[in-house]
Design a binder for this molecule. Structure first.
Ligand SMILES: Cc1ncc(COP(=O)(O)O)c(C=O)c1O
Length: 502
């Protein structure tokens, strides 16, 4: 079961007055806190089997096996698990998650990983190949996003994913503002739709997040950005596009505002960095979002999403080395020797950099152009299927991350009806809506037609049996209204504990 849905389902079953008292008191009284925690554990026991499906089949290890198992046996077990799990995403029922996934591509990436599995960029003297892969992945990504069109040097690093790219950029802005402007209480200006990784950066690095509202089309309101900027602002953020609604923020206006105030601007192109440049070449209406805008001073771009590399890499880019220097770590006092590392990790998997490089080089411009063409054509068929249904409404004007809502039906009930037909869509809130992120998986023959048929049937079901709340539908509905953010957060921490339970 979806952990968020699970927490909300249980918490919303309790008396709201009792809950709000608990919420305030729980953290203060250790005995009460322990009681609530044991309650969480009891609740989570109900879903333990679902979260741990392999326990019954293969058992569970809480210590090393006395003697090692044979390679054959381990591989056989893993192959069986892979088959079971791939069945969920292979045929294109899942929103996002696997962006390429063709057998030949996966086999190629696996070979590249195998060749490079021992390499570590921390020891670039032993594996100079890894610095070649890293440097070229950064350079190729930068060039795709306007590096050649500006007089400035666009540089960056390879990271472990979108979140790390965002965390590193935010840390760099915080440190630069402290050093150059003496900002002690830093603030980040970001649309409410910016990815949760920006909230994570704020928590980790003690930055205050100043949230900018978005319009009905899901795009940040420029007026809101103007109002939010203060002398403590260290960075302004925009998405191209945003995760929830696939909306491209007005990056040109937002970055110009930031530049006028002498503040950096970060475009989060984790989702769009490897799609938008090709969409533009294909003639789609793509507003400016990259380094061709002089106010854009950094970007996050995910090789492991629409770059089609193996999971575990992204690129953070900066306008100029000076900003990148705030990301780097060096120490000269450690008894272990003089030490430096460009990102959060020390040792890193060189094989993943190699896989990102190999993917980009094997795709080439032509490969990305063709992949984008297929995705955008398929997305427009998905969008047509949604707009053909009078009860549904697409939010904004998205290209391939399509969020839809309904004024007359419970949209979560529609989503639940789609789940029953095998689909795995994303339930969002504020406003209540559902999204589907189109990947190459959806471009397989028959998938768009299947979506159209299933959506029509799912809406008919919801229309004929309104208010019949089953499965997850009522839970998503409650998520937005539940006043107990703290308890939901606590519950999710217990859920994460469960993931690590053997
Ligand atoms: C717009 C956007 N930014 C950042 C991220 C975070 O990426 P990751 O999950 O690789 O850390 C995502 C993930 O979906 C995203 O859609």
């Amino acid at each position: 079961m979806d952990p968020i849905a699970f927490s909300i389902k249980y918490l919303s079953g309790l008396d709201p007055r009792l809950l709000s008292v608990l919420e305030r008191q729980v953290k203060k009284v250790p005995a009460l806190r322990r009681l609530i925690e044991s309650e969480y554990d009891k609740l989570l026991r109900d879903i333990e089997d679902e979260v741990k499906p392999y326990r019954k089949v293969y058992g569970s290890l809480d210590r090393l096996p006395a003697e090692g198992r044979s390679h054959e046996e381990i591989l056989e077990e893993m192959e069986a698990i892979r088959e079971r799990e791939a069945a969920r995403w292979r045929s294109g029922y899942v929103s996002g998650a696997v962006y390429h996934g063709d057998d030949r591509h996966v086999e190629f990436l696996n070979k590249v990983y195998a060749i490079n599995s021992q390499s570590n960029p921390l020891h670039s003297d032993l594996w100079p190949s890894t610095s070649r892969y890293d440097a070229e992945v950064v350079a190729m990504t930068a060039r795709m996003l306007g590096a050649g069109a500006t007089g400035d040097e666009i540089c960056g690093t390879v990271t472990s994913g979108g979140t790390e790219s965002i965390l590193l950029a935010m840390k760099s802005y915080r440190d630069r503002a402290r050093e150059t402007r003496g900002v002690r209480r830093p603030e980040m200006v970001a649309p409410v739709t910016a990815h949760a990784a920006f909230d994570k950066a704020c928590q980790y690095f003690r930055i205050k997040k100043v949230t900018v509202p978005v319009g009905r089309d899901g795009r940040a309101l420029v007026g809101g950005v103007k109002e939010a900027i203060t002398r403590k602002t260290v960075v302004v953020v925009g998405s191209a596009p945003s995760f929830p609604h696939g909306a491209i923020d007005p990056i040109a206006e937002m970055s110009a505002l930031a530049a006028r105030r002498g503040i950096g601007f970060h475009t989060d192109a984790c989702l769009g960095g490897f799609v938008l440049p090709w969409a533009e070449k294909l003639g789609y209406d793509v507003p400016p979002f990259d380094f061709r805008l002089p106010g854009v001073t950094s970007m996050s771009v995910d090789t492991h999403k629409f770059g089609y590399a193996a999971k575990g890499t992204s690129v953070v880019l900066y306008r100029g080395k000076e900003l990148r220097h705030y990301q780097y770590f060096t120490t000269t006092d450690w008894p272990g020797g003089i030490y430096f590392s460009p990102t959060f990790a020390g040792s890193r998997p060189g094989a993943l950099s190699a896989a990102a490089w190999a993917t980009m080089v094997s795709m080439g411009e032509k490969g990305y152009l063709e992949a984008t063409r297929r995705i955008l054509e398929t997305a427009s068929r998905f969008r047509d299927a949604i707009t053909a249904i009078p009860e549904l409404e697409v939010i904004g004007n998205p290209l391939w991350v399509i969020a839809f809502t309904s004024r007359s039906l419970d949209i979560y009930q529609v989503m639940q009806n789609m789940t029953e037909r095998g689909w795995n869509l994303n339930g969002l809130h504020k406003p209540s809506c559902v999204h589907v992120c189109i990947t190459l998986r959806h471009t397989q023959p028959g998938v768009a037609d299947r979506f159209a048929q299933d959506l029509k049937a799912a809406v008919e079901d919801a229309r004929e049996r309104p208010g019949v709340h089953e499965g997850m539908a009522p839970i998503y509905g409650m998520a937005a209204t539940l006043p107990l953010r703290g308890l939901v957060g606590d519950m999710l921490k217990h859920y994460m504990d469960l993931l690590y339970k053997v």
